[in-house]
Design a protein around this ligand. Structure first.
Ligand SMILES: Cc1ncc(COP(=O)(O)O)c(C=O)c1O
Length: 400
């Protein structure tokens, strides 16, 4: 069935036509292996070089500091595990600081590292999903080998003060007894590329992860920025591609498209913020006006301009989503709220949302191709979908 209104841009985005164009030659005749020492191979290698300088331009870093990876998840795994193992191998410690709000790519990487003897401190966030930079800094000790804090949250859209966090961590590291090194800071910037400045010098981070399909690039492709001099142990064993940091024959078509999509995202950032911001405000105000007992979640100002996250007490996400789906509207509960076990998303737990509200969560994420008419259509049907879900939830409970 054709989706009439797509409001799940945090999940993925449509491929940019210029990104598609950039891919096609490498899916057709320019199929050479970039390691090949002949014209076809050199053509592919040149495309990667060009893509690398484009990406480095957007991130404001050296081309050699960028690594093309598989999906955002791989970029994050490479950063968290790669730095953790390299630092421990150098005898620098075994402690990692992160937050309770991170994506599972970070949280599960940390859990994996716990199996290998690492200790993890999960810094809590406030009711809006904000991390206190001083709280992060206080968690750093003389055994800390990595700090990882996301730039923007994928569920509630809260944007973290990364530059201030980096500054606070640096100050803290200097004040520790026997301080002899920097504590590298990684940021999962997967949700940030469309709306936020990715200049790594301004952010101050040592590592940054991106996922192409979130900014109208292809799926399964990502980028990892690794600042020169950051201890890093590749998590993939094999060939020497990507300066020994990511073995495996490069996905040339996706790399070329990733760079084009990132460049387009940067060039369109201001208009993206304005267009998505206006659509999302219209949506949020309309929902809060039309749906009784609705709450708007996440930070009011420090948030992604295209993210509206609500909870409807007494309703169930699954019911709302399937009603919207029947009406041609693609939306999300955020991360899956497991209705079978009644386990709410870890993000909603992290911000202290009670279960009865978390169970009725709805995330609507706009994109620049959405229109006011589409938003008004959603506003015309959503109150009914919530009311129906509330009625059937009441019915379900009383039937038990
Ligand atoms: C904040 C965040 N980090 C990491 C990822 C993982 O990215 P990918 O799906 O490309 O592996 C996602 C995807 O939803 C995300 O939103």
């Amino acid at each position: 069935m054709k989706t009439a209104v797509y409001l799940d841009h945090a999940a993925t985005t449509r491929l940019h036509p210029k990104a598609l164009e950039a891919m096609l030659p490498f899916l057709r005749d320019a199929y050479g292996n970039p390691s090949g020492n002949y014209a076809l191979g050199r053509q592919a290698a040149r495309a990667i070089d060009e893509a690398r300088s484009t990406v480095a331009g957007v991130l404001n870093c050296r081309p050699q500091e960028t690594v093309f990876t598989g999906p955002g998840t791989e970029s994050i795994n490479a950063a968290v595990k790669g730095v953790a193992f390299a630092q421990r191998q150098a005898g620098l410690g075994n402690h990692i600081v992160t937050t309770t709000l991170e994506h599972h790519a970070v949280l599960h990487s940390c859990e994996y590292l716990e199996e290998f003897g690492f200790e993890i401190t999960y810094v809590p966030v406030d009711a809006y999903g904000m991390v206190d930079p001083d709280g992060v800094a206080r968690a750093v000790n003389e055994r800390t080998v990595l700090v990882s804090v996301m730039l923007a949250n994928n569920e509630i859209g809260t944007v973290q003060p990364i530059a201030r966090i980096v500054e606070a961590v640096r100050e803290r590291a200097k004040s520790l007894p026997g301080a002899r090194r920097r504590v590298p800071v990684h940021t999962d910037a997967v949700q940030g590329a469309n709306a936020l400045d990715l200049d790594v010098a301004k952010l101050g981070v040592d590592l940054l992860s991106l996922s192409a399909h979130k900014f109208s690039g292809p799926k399964g492709a990502g980028v990892l920025y690794v600042k020169r001099g950051t201890p890093f142990l590749s998590q993939l064993s094999g060939g020497g591609q990507e300066r020994q940091r990511r073995a495996g024959t490069e996905n040339v078509a996706s790399i070329a498209a990733t760079a084009v999509a990132l460049r387009e995202a940067q060039q369109g950032r201001e208009s993206y913020r304005a267009v998505c911001g206006a659509l999302t405000r219209r949506l949020a105000e309309g929902v809060l006006r039309a749906v009784p007992a609705a709450t708007f979640n996440g930070h009011r100002e420090q948030r992604l301009p295209n993210n509206a996250h609500f909870s409807f007490e007494g309703a169930e996400s699954d019911g709302i989503l399937s009603a919207l789906d029947k009406l041609g509207i693609a939306a999300s509960a955020g991360s899956a709220c497991n209705s079978a076990t009644w386990e709410p998303s870890h993000v909603l737990v992290a911000i202290g949302m009670p279960l009865r509200r978390a169970a009725g969560a709805l995330r609507l994420t706009a994109g620049p191709e959405n229109t006011e008419e589409e938003i008004d259509y959603v506003l015309s049907v959503l109150p009914g979908a919530v009311a129906e879900s509330r009625a059937s939830a009441r019915h379900g409970l009383s039937a038990k």
